[in-house]
Design a protein around this ligand. Sequence first.
Ligand code: ABN
Length: 180
Amino acid sequence: MSIFDKITDWMDRMTEVSVRGVASTTGRRSFLARAGLGLVGAAVMPVLPFDRTFGGSGGMALAATADGDEFSCDYWRYCALDGNLCNSCGGTLTQCPPGSEVSKVSWVGTCRNPTDGKDYLVSYNDCCGRAECDNAPFCNANQGERPGYRMGLHNDINWCMANASQGYHCTVAVLVGIAE
Ligand code: ABN
């Protein structure tokens, strides 16, 4: 008898022993009911409303580390970000630091993700209501941006202008969609 035969033989015996154990302690009906419940549960799991943002404040979820260094101004999502990175000010890539609030208006840029080659719409929201966070990297990327006389296309603006507290703290970069 080969080693393989011995292993499968042993597995057969173990399976038989455990099935006999279950059969001797459990009624057939309750066993079927439990097995059915397990199958239904497994089928429903993927559609339950889990939080799939992985801690983000909204927008689309992407693995933050798989596609570059989000603490560097070279990170692809910052292609049109003009401001201080909130993730170096106690916030995250998408969430304002404690004590500041997200701007009601924002500048939306279009950046290409080098990992999948797709263009994404990125909302650059300023975080407002605290003094400027000036010990974070200050990024000034202007892809798709135009000078100040084209107001709607200009990104060098304090987006806290519509908030009650208009002091600029830092800027987050939230994915809001794929550019067609
Ligand atoms: N959107 C960042 C920013 C804030 C204040 C002034 C210019 C730019």
